[in-house]
Design a protein. Structure first.
Length: 411
């Protein structure tokens, strides 16, 4: 009977195991995870858990009576494809018939002066969130380096706790994938909530006495007084253990639309570690580092791993992700980072809600909305296949449920 091994004990790995069991798989399933915890969800780490409105146990994903062999706190160190074995740090091996890789990412480190001082944090896992929450409970001045999703969400959470926040980024605007037009909007939002936002500047070094950070030097020569620093510099793939496996990496694992690796039909990948063709990107393999994609990948990989390669289903759902900041919900569909321009489609009279199209050439390849959750299902249907923006506008003009009059339409 087929033996399934899943390397990665987070959301994608858990969903894969659950999907395999739901599909009727009665063979062995081994779940290998680097962290010692049962799977938990990561979005609250920068928001509810950090603000104290949720506790650690609230982040746990429901495992129930899932029939798997848990190998937690034991990282994978190698893959022997010839012998069909996953090599583990404790010296043991996990033999497989089919393998799903879902090892995800870790926080990108910074090795500049003062990186080893106390009070310097990253945020990726549960321990990181607990340590940062403890620090913020007595912190007065937080420096966040990096204005991506994590940096911006932590800035909002810290302001909710009354902490003074300086947010710096070498880019010209926060949330870089959304482009300058929306970036200016996000910048204004943070400044209106009291964040000292400094753009086009990076971190040069950290200094402190008695081993604790006290000052940060920026690349423009400015010196800041700080007592806590968050390095939100993006992520690094956990792919080192695949060295020598001859799987195709770019640096993510290159897969076809069924999540099957292009190198080996008995190995699939899911979540952050997988580069999968995206229809809205003309079939280019992309890595999508968001919660919904991890869940969808896991479910599909768990079912596909039980089938022969020719029988496997494609992953064709447009990417979806969201971010909660200052009581506003930012949502996006498709591939905003690949857009040539942004065009506003709907906007409330108060300018607190909008839907914008992300356009490449003449085609709409993505949507970004703020406080427009009820409108997203309609746009999701429009993104089922690439189509000209003008065609979407014509359909929108006939749509009865909008945020108000579509932009450019008569009231």
């Amino acid at each position: 009977m087929l033996r399934l091994v899943i390397v990665g004990g987070s959301l994608a790995g858990l969903r894969a195991a659950q999907a395999a069991r739901s599909a009727g798989h009665e063979g062995g399933i081994v779940m290998i995870g680097q962290e010692p915890h049962l799977p938990y969800t990561r979005p609250p780490l920068s928001k509810e858990l950090l603000q104290g409105t949720q506790e650690i146990e609230d982040s746990a994903l429901q495992v129930g009576e899932l029939d798997v062999e848990w190998r937690l706190g034991v990282p994978a160190t190698g893959l022997d494809r010839e012998r069909r074995r996953v090599l583990l740090e404790d010296g043991t091996e996990a033999p497989y018939d089919r393998l799903i890789i879902a090892t995800g990412c870790r926080a990108r480190s910074w090795e500049g002066p003062g990186a080893d001082l106390n009070g310097v944090h990253t945020l990726r896992d549960l321990e990181d969130a607990v340590a940062l929450r403890t620090a913020l409970s007595s912190s007065q001045r937080l420096l966040i380096v990096g204005a991506g999703f994590i940096g911006c969400e932590v800035a909002a959470s810290a302001r909710a706790l009354g902490v003074e926040v300086t947010l710096v980024d070498i880019a010209a605007h926060p949330l870089l994938p959304f482009g300058p037009q929306l970036g200016e909007r996000w910048a204004r939002m943070h400044r209106e909530h009291g964040v000292d936002l400094r753009l086009g500047v990076g971190l040069a070094g950290l200094r402190g006495n008695s081993g604790r950070v006290e000052h940060a030097e920026l690349t423009d020569g400015t010196t800041l007084t700080v007592d806590t620093v968050l390095l939100a510099l993006g992520s690094v793939l956990n792919n080192e253990w695949l060295s020598g496996s001859e799987l195709e990496l770019n640096p993510a694992i290159v897969c076809d639309a069924t999540l099957t690796t292009v190198t080996d039909p008995d190995i699939l990948a899911a979540g952050d570690i997988a580069a999968v063709p995206v229809v809205l990107a003309d079939g280019t393999p992309l890595r999508v580092e968001h919660w919904t994609t991890a869940a969808e990948h896991g479910q599909l990989a768990g079912r596909n791993a039980l089938l022969d390669a020719a029988e496997r289903a494609d992953h064709a759902t447009p990417p979806y992700f969201w971010s909660d900041q200052y009581g506003s919900k930012i949502q996006a569909l498709g591939c905003p980072a690949l857009a040539d321009r942004i065009e506003m489609l709907e906007q409330s009279p108060e300018d607190d809600r909008f839907v914008a199209a992300c356009v490449s050439g003449e085609r709409m390849i993505g949507i970004v909305g703020m406080n427009a959750a009820r409108r997203l299902p309609w746009y999701r249907k429009q993104l089922a296949a690439p189509q000209p923006l003008e065609q979407v506008k014509l359909a929108l003009a006939q749509e009865s449920s909008t945020l108000g009059a579509p932009v450019g339409a008569s009231a």
